[in-house]
Unconditional design. Structure first.
Length: 323
């Protein structure tokens, strides 16, 4: 192989599905045809995709690492895995992961680059006053994910300063973010747009996925929201404005330390009653939710496979440029 890229994930089981049966496996097989060997795992021994099977592979010749490890829920294993690859350039660098994980810091960074997000309040002593002014807000864990611990609140509701976040059983500080009034026909309408980097520095927007819920204002697929292609329910003006916000957000995040190694982000937006998009947060280890469309059509499956392959392809090209 001309290039080997380590994909930092929990070590595969001894009998995972054949590569052809998963989008990521198909992506790895396609990359192998391009001379890029994707080595998956967190230890000294990793796995690569071959037709019909996964095979052990040594990673002594790796040129870069793409960090997709669930570091919050498995911190000790993650620390050990990082030690093994500390000499390699990392796609979606630690600086990006840490910034996007801290929702307050990420919002401040985006706002410093001119991107307007719904107002927030991090001081628990001011929660009640701010909520009385806004009328409704979302109480969120500062470092949370997958919608865990997020709750819509109105004046009179309990407003704790701490609550469970991304890791079950672990409490973290909460903050308030002003609620955006959704379209009248839903409890909430949100969108995830996967934005990926190309080796020449341009951005590649994937198909945006809208999330709709008629009973849960948090509107997260992990909590049961329905996922559809955004163009099926949003007009061209809304999508054009949303794309501009996504590209500006990606460019702002490229300005952080080691930002040149940014490979992909998931921009989360909500759509208001006037069909206007609002950025609410950024995911540095995004799932573009294309898998939900891929289950319905071979065309969507092809895009999902490409979305899995592109960050690894870009990382390999960037690593060669600096060698």
């Amino acid at each position: 192989m001309d290039s080997q890229v380590i994909i930092l994930v929990p070590t595969l089981s001894d009998a995972p599905p054949a590569p052809e049966n998963t989008p990521l496996g198909r992506a790895a097989l396609a990359l192998a045809q391009e001379g890029i060997e994707a080595a998956f795992g967190a230890g000294a021994h990793r796995w690569k995709a071959q037709p019909g099977r996964w095979s052990p592979v040594e990673s002594t010749g790796a040129i870069a690492v793409h960090d997709r490890f669930p570091s919050q829920s498995r911190p000790d294993e993650y620390a050990s895995a990082r030690t093994l690859v500390s000499h390699l350039p990392m796609g979606n660098p630690t600086s990006l992961t840490e910034l996007c994980r801290d929702k307050l810091a990420c919002q401040q960074h985006l706002e410093s680059h001119g991107i307007v997000l719904p107002e927030l309040e991090a001081d628990p002593t001011r929660f009640a006053d701010r909520l009385s002014t806004w009328g409704a807000a979302f109480l969120k864990p500062r470092y949370g994910g997958l919608g865990r611990g997020v709750k819509r609140v109105v004046p009179g509701d309990a407003l704790p300063a701490w609550g469970e976040g991304a890791v079950p059983g672990v409490e973290e500080p909460l903050f308030l973010q002003r609620a955006i009034t959704p379209p009248s026909e839903s409890a909430g309408l949100a969108m995830r747009w996967l934005i990926q980097a190309l080796p020449n520095g341009d951005w590649l927007p994937r198909t945006p996925i809208a999330r709709v819920s008629h009973n849960d204002p948090v509107v997260n697929v992990a909590r049961g929201a329905h996922a559809v292609a955004a163009q099926d329910i949003l007009d061209e003006t809304t999508l054009r404005t949303a794309l501009e916000l996504c590209l500006r957000s990606a460019q702002a995040l490229r300005q952080i330390p080691n930002g040149e190694w940014l490979l992909e982000i998931g921009v989360d937006m909500v759509i208001d009653e006037h069909q206007h998009p609002h950025v609410i947060e950024i995911n540095s280890r995004p799932q573009g939710r294309l898998e939900h469309l891929a289950q319905r059509s071979p065309d969507w499956m092809a895009e999902h496979v490409e979305a899995c392959a592109q960050p690894i392809r870009t990382l390999a090209a960037l690593a060669h440029q600096v060698r």
